[in-house]
Design a protein around this ligand. Structure first.
Ligand code: OAD
Length: 240
């Protein structure tokens, strides 16, 4: 990309690849299994209905792991907060990740379209509560006192969060950047097409290019901790 712009509108989409070097397993690398269950078997409303204990345990384990001292934001997360510091509110960071490593890396304008691990939701009212400990079907919900709490995660078949603000930002985007996502899960995998139709320059940064790579104007291959800081420096160098 070689267009001089002052404070372009940028939408960044991140996936599991940006957190891989922080010690959080991606979904489709490795064997894609958890305790011999396919991820899809624990990440659906049907799975929660059929075997709630299994689903609570899965997310409790991930919440515990996220709070281990060894799990920290890496150079990729930090580079994105540096980019935000340069262009401010013109950057929207959309993440499919349910970890909080972007926030811990300094990013502020972040939306979690697939929910958040450190949060619990009342299955009746939809109210969300910050939640750092384990919870299950015996935990009283703070809003109704009943056992209605569920992980605050968007499961397969459910509507992702913040879609209006994401599509508004995509419609205004000058640059769309996708980082560390395999491009298999919609609607996130379709954002590149929407951004392109809005006239954005599109960039993919990934270890192995995703399913939608043909739609990107520029592709950078490598580890997020190496590729993202370089990409951010190259972008900042182009802004006046
Ligand atoms: P995937 O596991 O499908 O893809 C991870 C991507 O990260 C792949 O393209 C890898 O090549 C890349 N990758 C791995 N290590 C990397 C590294 N160190 N640096 C850069 N890239 C690396 O994860 P997502 O695309 O995020 O949804 O998955 C999308 C959604 O599917 C998730 O949000 C989740 C899942 O099911 C829900 O839970 C609703």
């Amino acid at each position: 990309m070689n267009t001089k712009m002052t404070k372009p509108n940028i939408v960044v989409l991140t996936g599991a690849g940006i957190s891989a070097e922080s010690g959080i397993k991606t979904f489709r690398d490795n064997d894609g299994l958890w305790e011999n269950h396919r991820i899809e078997e624990v990440a659906t409303p049907e799975a929660f209905h059929a075997n709630p204990d299994l689903v609570y345990r899965f997310y409790n384990a991930r919440r515990t792991q996220l709070q281990q001292a060894s799990v920290k934001p890496n150079a990729g997360h930090k580079a994105l907060s540096k980019l935000e510091a340069h262009i401010g509110k013109n950057l929207l960071l959309v993440t499919q990740n349910v970890d909080d490593l972007h926030e811990r890396g300094g990013s502020q304008n972040v939306v979690h379209m697939h929910g958040e691990l450190k949060s619990a939701r009342c299955g009746d009212s939809g109210k969300r509560f910050e939640w750092l400990d384990d919870f299950d079907g015996t935990t009283a919900c703070p809003c109704c006192g009943r056992n209605t709490l569920r992980p605050d995660i968007v499961w397969f078949g459910e509507m992702p969060m913040h879609m209006d603000s994401i599509y508004d930002a995509l419609a205004m985007a000058d640059i769309f950047i996708s980082i560390g996502t395999s491009g298999n899960v919609y609607p996130a995998a379709g954002f590149v097409q929407v951004a392109k139709e809005a006239g954005a320059f599109t960039i993919e940064a990934n270890l192995a290019f995703g399913a939608t790579n043909a739609l990107f104007d520029e592709s950078r291959q490598g580890l997020a901790t190496e590729v993202v800081p370089k990409l951010v420096d190259d972008l900042i160098a182009q802004f006046n």
